[in-house]
Design a protein around this ligand. Structure first.
Ligand code: ADP
Length: 263
């Protein structure tokens, strides 16, 4: 049988191959566990808002005459908010899966200063005056890559800064040269992040403070998307942060993706 021929083949290679095989198997098990966790997480993340929506709907249906128009409106607003939350989650899930299946990113020529300004504008809308948002456009340049994806990188970092930085805080969006390329950078003077969390922040659904993330409309997928996009562009995400000292997120892109404008 196949099982027999497999074991016969293994014998001549001795312990090394056995080790190799068991390492592959444990790798497979790890992947399978990750997949299972992911499905459980997604289900949970969808179930919570769905429970709220159907709960309110049933309540209104059963006791339609008992509610004042103001109360009914308030409950409907809560249901609409939860619907929005499910929608954002599904959009982020679709974005992630598109990133995983897509082959090469588009090769648009993205004007960096324009990108910074448009993301700053979006961040100002989200903040509605609660933060000071500063743009430091840096040296003029274009990025070679997917406009849509690079926009989502900077937009995710900026929206995190707005969502986690307390009112009155300062957020800086900048473009900075690096030894081996350049970075789109978002810095804030918010709560900062303890060192033990840093390596896990780009995992799907990993959150330092679950309540704060949900309350501010987070899906738990933003930094996972950021990491995927940067990897596809041969870049990487660097996070410099300390509790009480704010955070600095650097979306680093390699030199071959940066076209500096002639001086
Ligand atoms: P979320 O939707 O929860 O914001 P993300 O993947 O965007 O998901 O971020 C993961 C976690 O990283 C957040 O839940 C939060 O704990 C932490 N985080 C991200 N950005 C910041 C920031 N600027 N300041 C403090 N914590 C942050």
């Amino acid at each position: 049988s196949d099982g027999l021929s497999l074991s016969v083949q293994i014998v001549p290679f001795g312990e090394d191959l056995k080790m190799l095989l068991s390492r592959d198997i444990s790798q497979l098990e790890k992947l399978e566990n990750m997949r299972r966790d992911f499905v459980a997480n997604v289900s949970h993340e969808l179930k919570t808002p769905l429970t709220v929506v159907s709960g309110f709907m049933e309540m209104l249906y059963d006791g339609f005459e008992d509610f004042s128009p103001e109360d009914a409106r308030r409950y409907l607003q809560l249901a609409i908010d939860q619907g929005g939350r499910m929608q954002r989650l599904i959009e982020d899930l679709l974005a992630l899966s598109a990133l995983e299946t897509a082959t090469q990113p588009d090769e648009d020529k993205v004007d960096v200063q324009g990108l910074l300004r448009s993301v700053a504008e979006e961040a100002r809308l989200l903040s509605s005056g609660r933060h000071e948002i500063i743009v430091e456009p840096g040296a003029r340049a274009s990025l070679l890559g997917s406009h849509k994806e690079l926009h989502s990188v900077l937009a995710n970092l900026a929206s995190n800064a707005v969502r986690y930085t307390p009112d009155g805080g300062q957020i800086r969006i900048s473009w900075e040269p690096l030894a081996a390329g350049a970075a789109l950078v978002v810095s804030d003077n918010g709560p900062g992040i303890a060192a033990e969390h840093l390596p896990r922040l780009t995992e799907r659904f990993y959150r330092v403070d679950r309540g704060r993330s949900r309350e501010t409309g987070g899906t738990g997928l933003g930094l996972a998307i950021v990491k995927h996009v940067l990897t596809r562009h041969q870049g990487n995400l660097e996070i410099v942060s300390e509790p009480g000292r704010g955070s600095r997120f650097l979306a680093c892109l390699p030199q071959h993706r940066v076209l500096w404008a002639e001086a």
